[in-house]
Design a protein around this ligand. Structure first.
Ligand SMILES: Nc1ncnc2c1ncn2[C@@H]1O[C@H](COP(=O)(O)OP(=O)(O)OP(=O)(O)O)[C@@H](O)[C@H]1O
Length: 884
């Protein structure tokens, strides 16, 4: 019957009756039987939960009855947990990892257990990496990536159900029944543990929050509150059990005493509970706690706990007698459990030590870096006399400890999701998209997506930079763009040596600090325009970065420690790969992006550029309509380009103009309203003035009446005169008022008309078509492709390829003068070395043919010819204009 109540209800009833016994029983039943609470789930059935999502734990196993906050970074696992929580069985399985190498900040006081190693635990072997005995954990709350669990029962994995997310089939394991004869021994051990625990708890604040959580009445509605409190406190980096979830003063020792006293009348459940409780609050090594979890013999379990509590008790006792050594004891203890927590808060290096402890995973930081850190910490704490060198150590540590050692974003190797993202952001570009999907596919199969450096090559504005950004989004990696065009100093990449004043690390280190992960996508933009100077060559530095053989030990001169950049995905862009040096090009896999056809540009403009620009300018889609003819005209007559950057700029120009019109209209209306309001205020002021006149006139009338029957006529006359004057001025005021009112009425009318007039001037919807396009973007820059209706003699049309894309061009030749020995070719215009040579060869070949066919013809020998290639092939040439 009691089990039907939440412990909270029962506890309040118990308080009324002043009976603790009932409350204790209710508490046990809540923990033991896990009856559902109204806020957690409708009706979760504990026994039915055989198939659960397996959560690998890094720091310690989850003991039944204890809460555990977790960070779960894997979206799939989070989704599975969400689903369980909202369903009938809000449970998951919590299993300790066998291998220590995964442990992140294994500090007993660190904020959260982190389940971000899930990606390293894919596949069947993942099952071998976790202990087979774990805990059925109830999911109390999920907020973002933060999940709060409470342990319920022991579980054993029987088989794996699915790999991603890791789901396992389990069976609930029960404690071994113990012999009645053994009960005396168990009871004795039980009392020993109770008394030891009580001693420890009375002399130290360690574990108080755990005790509080374990022993308080966790009613259904209190679960959420508890979860929130835990999260809040953890977020504020309340570390250590002592500074834990509740104020230490709140701890009700009577409860613990009561808990202990409960043994006299309790059934055998209490032995098990106490063993779990002791294991949970002891700061024992995780493997020892796992031993307790796996131990099904209740007596043996109690003995294990007793040993651990004994160690704790000695430590606490020692600390109370030798306070000097307290910090050391705690430090030792933490070191023992695999963490390094720096207790003293007064050292100059504490800021950095804490940063390393809280933010980073010490075990993930390479050993040589840890060594350097320690040396610098000591140097800083020793305090150099020269404050300049202290400053430089401080600056150095600020960089070194801010790097994301061991922090990686989870790669998303979901091909379908990636395809969707790439299509969402870009039209066409099939080759690039295919290459990226191949990369993801290899990543899925090998869990190692590294390979050659991708180089996207093509004319400007074809989307090289923006597709790289989308790739980062598709892979769930951070994006960092590094423009290397014109970069001529290798220190920009490799950093400056610390001996220089104001030295700073190179761009790569800055990138890692900024993105906060070890595996971002770094884009080297315009690598073909890499600068060079006589004294420095940044290419060598880039080679070191991009070469997979070398970048595992990339040395930044400022940090002077090697960094592993092998997890970074490098992508480069170039307009012309011919300008990239051989060794650099050799390390890349070039993917060409050709220019777009008019049809493709129309698609991009309509489906991507228009939408993006509208959104950026804050214009609603229904407010503007750009017709296809306008877009076509923009493409053909305004933007002679292979990409779409100019087209985008023109569209932006149109929308900026429309935005100005809309805003101006709103500003007019606003100003008119303000004017109207101020004229109303003026009118009100004038009315008040006139009312004062009228009031005065009334007073005068009364006065006139009173004086009318006054004692002296002289006096009356005098007053009457005054009255007459005042009446006259009142009348004048009345006239003024009337005319002023009339004036206001007219003014108001004028404003109203004005406002509506102005609002009528701006249409509600703007339509841009070929007819009004020039109002927004000016006159067309380019004319059609065909300059000549009929190409004149001496002019030929050619096809050209440049880094800017493909184009047509006219080659114009004309005869200049004739005279003996004057034959020759004068070349001008926009020609490269190869084209100049071609023109000369053409001249020689023509002369040779003429000589063979008609040796007497001296045209080439005596005629001076001029060949010209206009700079902008599509703009009208002088000759063409003259010809027209
Ligand atoms: N296929 C496409 N689909 C949608 N938008 C595109 C496409 N190609 C280019 N764009 C858009 O054109 C604009 C210019 O692209 P981007 O800056 O990436 O060009 P780029 O090739 O890197 O040029 P550059 O060589 O000058 O750096 C971006 O806003 C981009 O979104």
């Amino acid at each position: 019957m009691l089990k039907l109540f939440t412990s909270h209800h029962v506890a309040s009833r118990c308080r009324n009756r002043n009976s603790h016994k009932l409350a204790r029983r209710a508490f046990f039943s809540t923990l033991t039987d896990s009856k559902p609470t109204d806020t957690v789930s409708a009706k979760p059935c504990l026994e039915d939960c055989q198939t659960v999502v397996a959560l690998p734990l890094l720091r310690k196993p989850l003991i039944p009855g204890f809460y555990m906050p977790l960070f779960v970074n894997d979206p799939k696992v989070l989704a599975a947990l969400q689903e369980s929580k909202s369903g009938q069985a809000p449970y998951a399985g919590a299993f300790l990892l066998k291998d220590d190498k995964y442990s992140s900040t294994a500090s007993s006081s660190s904020s959260f257990e982190t389940v971000n190693i899930l990606d390293r635990l894919k596949g069947k072997e993942s099952l071998n990496k976790i202990h087979q005995v774990g805990t059925l954990a109830q999911i109390l709350s999920i907020q973002g990536e933060q999940v709060i669990l409470i342990g319920r029962k022991r579980l054993q994995i029987t088989e794996m159900q699915s790999e991603d997310p890791l789901t396992v089939q389990t069976h609930h394991i029960k404690d071994k029944p113990y012999d009645k004869d053994d009960e005396v021994i168990i009871k004795a051990t039980y009392f020993e543990v109770i008394s030891m625990l009580r001693d420890v708890l009375e002399t130290t604040s360690l574990w108080r929050d755990q005790v509080q959580t374990y022993t308080q009445d966790i009613g259904g509605s209190n679960y959420r509150k508890l979860a929130e409190t835990i999260l809040q406190k953890r977020r504020r980096k309340f570390t250590g059990f002592g500074a834990g979830i509740f104020d230490a003063n709140d701890l009700n020792y009577k409860k613990l005493t009561g808990f202990g006293a409960g043994v006299f009348d309790a059934n055998d459940l209490n032995y098990k509970k106490l063993a779990d409780f002791g294991a949970g609050i002891s700061g024992a090594n995780k493997h020892k706690i796992q031993e307790v979890l796996e131990e099904l013999d209740v007596h043996k379990r109690l003995v294990l706990v007793k040993k651990q509590v004994e160690v704790n008790k000695i430590q606490v006792f020692h600390a109370s007698i030798f306070p000097e050594s307290t910090a050391k004891t705690v430090e030792d203890k933490q070191e023992e459990s695999g963490s390094a927590k720096y207790v003293k808060k007064t050292r100059p290096s504490d800021k950095f030590r804490e940063r390393v402890d809280i933010k980073l995973s010490l075990e993930e930081i390479p050993k040589h870096v840890v060594k350097v850190m320690e040396e610098k910490f000591e140097k800083l704490d020793r305090g150099e006399k020269d404050c300049r060198s202290t400053d430089s150590i401080y600056n150095y540590l600020d960089w070194l400890t801010a790097l994301p050692w061991g922090e990686c974003s989870n790669d998303s190797f979901d091909v379908l999701r990636a395809e969707k993202i790439l299509d969402e952001d870009h039209y066409g570009l099939h080759d690039v998209k295919e290459r990226i999907l191949e990369f993801i596919a290899v990543g899925t199969l090998t869990s190692n997506p590294q390979g050659k450096i991708i180089c996207l090559s093509g004319p400007p504005g074809v989307g090289k930079t923006s597709i790289a950004r989308s790739v980062a989004r598709a892979l769930n990696r951070k994006f960092f763009r590094l423009a290397v065009g014109g970069l001529s100093d290798s220190s920009e990449i490799k950093g400056e040596r610390g001996i220089y004043i104001g030295a700073a690390p190179g761009k790569m280190v800055q990138c890692l600090k900024e993105v906060g992960t070890e595996n971002p996508l770094v884009l080297f933009d315009e690598i073909d325009k890499l600068g060079k100077s006589s004294r420095d060559d940044p290419e060598g530095a880039l080679l070191e970065l991009l070469d997979p053989q070398q970048n595992t030990h990339f040395l930044d001169y400022f940090l002077d420690v090697t960094i592993d950049l092998s997890k970074v995905l490098f992508v480069c862009t170039a307009n012309d790969t011919d300008k990239i040096s051989g060794p650099l090009l050799d390390r890349m896999e070039v993917t060409e992006l050709a220019g777009y056809t008019t049809d493709e540009k129309m698609h991009i403009a309509r489906d991507y550029l228009l939408k993006n620009v509208k959104r950026k300018c804050g214009i609603k889609p229904e407010q503007v309509d750009v017709s296809d003819t306008a877009l076509l005209s923009l493409i053909e007559n305004y933007c002679g380009e292979a990409g779409v950057r100019n087209l985008q700029k023109h569209i932006e120009k149109i929308f900026r103009k429309i935005a100005l019109k809309l805003v101006r209209q709103q500003a007019f209306a606003k100003a008119a309203m303000t004017d109207l309001k101020s004229s109303e205020t003026a009118a009100e002021g004038s009315i008040e003035l006139t009312n004062e006149y009228l009031r005065l006139a009334d007073v005068l009338k009364v006065f006139e009446y009173a004086v009318g029957g006054g004692p002296t006529r002289e006096k009356s006359r005098e007053i009457a005169l005054k009255l007459g004057r005042q009446q006259a001025s009142t009348k004048a005021a009345m006239t003024d008022l009337k005319s002023y009112n009339e004036y206001l009425r007219l003014k108001e009318l004028e404003y109203t008309l004005g406002v509506s007039e102005k609002s009528r001037a701006v249409p509600e919807k703007f339509t841009i078509d070929a007819s009004n396009l020039s109002d927004y973007v000016g006159k067309p820059v380019f004319c059609g492709e065909k300059i000549y209706e009929q190409t004149p003699v001496g002019v030929v049309m050619g096809l050209a390829w440049t880094a800017m894309g493909g184009s047509t061009l006219y080659i114009e030749t004309t005869f200049v003068e004739e005279g003996e020995g004057k034959g020759g070719l004068h070349i001008t215009g926009h020609l490269g070395r190869v084209m100049k040579e071609s023109a000369e060869i053409a001249h020689t070949v023509s002369r040779r043919i003429m000589f063979d066919k008609d040796p007497g013809n001296l045209f080439f020998a005596n005629s001076k010819l001029h060949l010209h290639v206009p700079k902008e092939p599509r703009q009208k040439t002088v000759q063409a204009q003259a010809a027209q």
